[in-house]
Ligand binder design. Structure first.
Ligand code: SF4
Ligand code: SF4
Length: 379
């Protein structure tokens, strides 16, 4: 085992391969406060990548309702049970990762789903955390009765468990953008990756007898276009771009800004130790700090406060970056807030977004003397 630095754990950890970071890491940030659970992202991916034989059960992108939803069934509960109780010392992880907790002779702790575990993709959908009672007459913030949507794709992890588990080295991480790909020509269907990934984002195709996974729409990314699930997001919750290496963050890069500067984007289950590269803005209405901390790590409460400031008009720069989500099909490399307008540029330096922070409202009198007409006012 090599000693590598995991910035999400704020410490060195053990991993089978030496630390080798891509030049820049393809990454995404999902704002859980805006997700409406419409599953458009799920279908955008499904119709593009997994509509063939043997792919029927595959959802490279899925959206779960937390706290009860999961696909495959109870994937996170089962992984957490195997890992056992762990702890954080402030912002440093004091527990064991799935690599460090591995039994003698194994590379990481893991559970293997059965076909039945994929039978209920919408289990727990729209179910609240507690039993509904007639005594709940009003809402307060945070809510004591809550749920939220958690969209999930492969995290294109820095320390990918699928990659280190593969005995054929069929899985690799691209040095140019950190996208984790599976070479189906090399794959022999041993399914070690399928078992090793704690997020359960590798799928086995019983027809072709090889494994498959999310490819972050790399053909689009190579053209400067965002992946399909991001472009089609109805709630405009998804920011996609490139995360710089630790210590090389740029304030004008929207992804760096959200993850490293304002620190509102938090990884999912950082304690697993994979340094996942899909980040989440935690929900502000959930009345369970323990649950949120378990999912997103100890910094999630500060993230919620920072997010509230942007929504209250106390941090226009953060608001500007949040508004850039799904404002263009192109990958944004740089942004700038000029007064009340946010502008953004692609990698070639073309301006691709120019947008006011607030859409101006125009009040019109009902009677228009120029046209001699009355207009309906819709309120
Ligand atoms: S989420 Fe799973 S499949 Fe994706 S890179 Fe990480 S370990 Fe591999
Ligand atoms: S398309 Fe966007 S809003 Fe709809 S479920 Fe997916 S992530 Fe949520």
């Amino acid at each position: 085992m090599a000693e590598v630095f995991n910035w999400q754990l704020n410490r060195m950890m053990q991993y089978p391969y030496e630390e080798s970071r891509p030049i820049r890491q393809a990454a995404a940030i999902f704002d859980t406060n805006k997700c409406i659970g419409c599953q458009t992202c799920t279908l955008a991916c499904k119709t593009c990548w997994t509509s063939g034989n043997g792919q029927e059960y595959m959802l490279w992108n899925n959206v779960e309702t937390k706290p009860w939803g999961s696909y495959p069934l109870a994937w996170d509960v089962r992984e957490l049970e195997l890992l056992g109780p762990q702890h954080w010392d402030g912002d440093t992880y004091g527990g064991k990762t799935i690599f460090e907790a591995a039994p003698q002779g194994e590379r990481n702790i893991a559970w293997k789903p059965t076909d039945m575990d994929y039978s209920y993709p919408n289990r727990g959908e729209d179910e609240v955390n507690v039993t509904l009672t007639s005594k709940r007459y009003h809402l307060k913030l945070p809510h004591d009765m809550w749920f939220f949507y958690l969209p999930r794709v492969c995290n294109h992890c820095t320390y990918a468990a699928c990659l280190q588990g593969c005995p054929r080295q069929s899985i690799y991480k691209r040095p140019e953008d950190g996208i984790v790909l599976l070479d189906q020509e090399r794959c022999r269907g041993y399914r070690v990756c399928f078992e090793a990934c704690p997020y359960k984002k590798v799928f086995y195709n019983h027809t072709t007898r090889v494994s498959e996974k999310c490819v972050f729409c790399f053909p689009a990314v190579e053209q400067g276009i965002q992946p399909r699930c991001m472009r089609n997001c109805i709630g405009k919750i998804r920011s996609f771009g490139f995360l710089s290496r630790p210590g090389e963050e740029r304030e004008d890069n929207p992804i760096d800004f959200l993850v490293h500067i304002r620190k509102v984007g938090k990884p999912l289950y950082p304690q697993f130790g994979l340094e996942p590269n899909v980040y989440y803005i935690p929900p502000i209405h959930v009345d369970s700090n323990a649950f949120l901390t378990m999912l997103f790590g100890p910094g999630c409460l500060d993230s919620i406060e920072a997010y509230k400031k942007a929504m209250n008009g106390e941090d226009n720069e953060l608001l500007a970056v949040l508004l850039l989500a799904v404002s263009t099909d192109q990958i944004i490399h740089r942004f700038q807030l000029k007064g009340q307008t946010v502008e953004a540029w692609n990698e070639k330096g073309d301006k691709v977004v120019s947008m006011p922070l607030k859409v101006p409202t125009v009040e019109r009198t009902p009677y228009d003397p120029d046209l001699n007409v009355y207009r309906y006012n819709i309120t």
